[in-house]
Design a protein around this ligand. Structure first.
Ligand code: PEP
Ligand code: MN
Length: 262
């Protein structure tokens, strides 16, 4: 179902926005929902700048079990409020099949994190939910494994799947992950599904986010999912990589220009 041989490039509607084909998607917002004030000021800033969708995690996959794991249902309620207020479609992660109904109620797009790319029961449930999915490539997953993971969602009749390159493990230690830019044109040969890029988690630091985003747009990415925070220095997680709300409008303008040239 994911194969590009069978059909034209997919374009589909998510919360009133078109994704894929000529429609470049800018999904932006904080790593995680921290508070009402933080979330709503982020949503207002993303709307004002012209983002396509708003991201924010209520359930966070963290390397340490002792780290902050998100506000859970309180976070989902705040995301619902942000959507009500701005009209921006919400992209948020589902980590546990037990939360699928609660997340599906708020999410316009359910994110499957890199660490859950091969959680097949989760993929099947998201497929059955009918909510559009954003499937991140696993830290060490091949493109074939990514496409097979997408197949678990598609085979349930859910055709709205966005694939996301977010950096993979290599021998390099100078930055967090290696953004696999080659994956974008190759995936576009292999599948009709839209392919987006997450420069934030690949880079791990703010200064790299803009150059990687421009490169992603130049190689034909159908969109970007980027972390932006009102006060990254005091962010609960991923502070060093989050762009500042104030820098976002200029960043967005440059990335959209690169996408147009491509
Ligand atoms: C995220 O987008 O918040 C995230 C945790 O990303 P990843 O699963 O790619 O690490
Ligand atoms: Mn993050």
């Amino acid at each position: 179902l994911a194969s590009g041989e069978r059909r034209e490039r997919s374009t589909f509607e998510i919360g009133g926005r078109l994704v894929g084909g000529d429609h470049f998607a800018m999904i932006a917002g904080p790593c995680t929902v921290e508070s009402r004030e933080q979330l709503l000021s982020s949503a207002d800033a993303m709307l004002a700048a012209g983002a396509t969708m708003f991201r924010g995690g209520a359930y966070k996959p963290r390397t340490s079990p002792y780290a902050f794991h998100g506000l859970g249902e309180d976070g989902l309620r705040l995301l619902a409020e942000a959507k009500e207020r701005t009209g921006l479609p919400i992209v948020t992660e589902l980590m546990d099949v037990r939360d699928v109904e609660a997340v599906a109620e708020v999410a316009d797009v359910i994110q499957i994190g890199a660490r859950n790319m091969q959680n097949y029961t989760l993929l099947t449930e998201i497929g059955r939910s009918g909510v559009p999915a954003l499937l991140k490539r696993g830290l060490s997953a091949t493109l074939d494994e990514l496409l097979n993971a997408s197949e678990y969602i598609l085979k349930e009749g859910n055709e709205k799947v966005l694939l996301c390159e977010r950096g993979i493990r290599t021998f390099e230690t100078a930055y967090r992950f290696t953004l696999d830019l080659t994956a974008i044109p190759v995936l576009k040969e292999l599948t009709h599904l839209p392919v987006i890029v997450d420069p934030s988690h690949a880079a791990g630091r703010r200064a790299l986010v803009e150059p990687l985003s421009l490169a992603a747009a130049a190689v034909g990415a159908d969109g970007i999912i980027v972390e932006v925070h009102p006060d990254p220095d005091n962010a609960v997680c991923d502070g060093p990589q989050q762009l500042r709300n104030d820098d976002f409008p200029d960043y967005l303008r440059k990335v959209e220009q690169a996408a147009r040239i491509a």
